[in-house]
Design a protein around this ligand. Sequence first.
Ligand code: NI
Length: 217
Amino acid sequence: MNNADIIKATEGYIKDVLQDHESSHDWWHIERVWKNAQRIGEAERADMLIVELAALLHDVADWKFHDGDLTAGPRKVREFLSSHNIAPKIVDDVASAVETVSFKGVGVAVEPKTLEGKVVQDADRLDAIGAIGIARAFAYGGHANRAMHDPTEKIAYHDSFEEYKNSRGTTINHFHEKLLLLKDLMHTNTAKQIAEGRHQFMLDFLEEFHAEWESKS
Ligand code: NI
């Protein structure tokens, strides 16, 4: 198979896997991350086959939907790519990028080992901030039956993956435990630039949200 065929097959596979998935991590999330990854990867001169495959496969088995199992994703990536006779080096590089992509709590370092891993992590994080990030946070919060906001609740941060995984905080707290931190965690200059505007949009949203909550707007 040539590269375009491999990407086409991967796109078909992931659409199938994520059919009927809840809306914050559905196929449209993958498609947006894929576009972000193409934009960042080309600007950063990354290996685009690895970038595109890792972007398409990055949520094939997200721990949030697999009982916190961090190994399920990379395992499925290997199974799928190996079954299509992809060179072992490419399989390794894509699995490595997928392994490091997801956010596991403020105090938990997940530094991607390769440029391609950094590009895909940045692409995924850009989809977690800005207008789309706000929409996804509330969609996921609704799916997980979380309160939108509780003014009596203190802002909570998490130093371990266990704590982060088990947190039952509100969606507004999710802005503080994750979304507002992402701008400074971007690796590539391209993503840093894109993140600025999206970050400011969230700050403006939160200000308006709290003003309306107190009936001051
Ligand atoms: Ni994702």
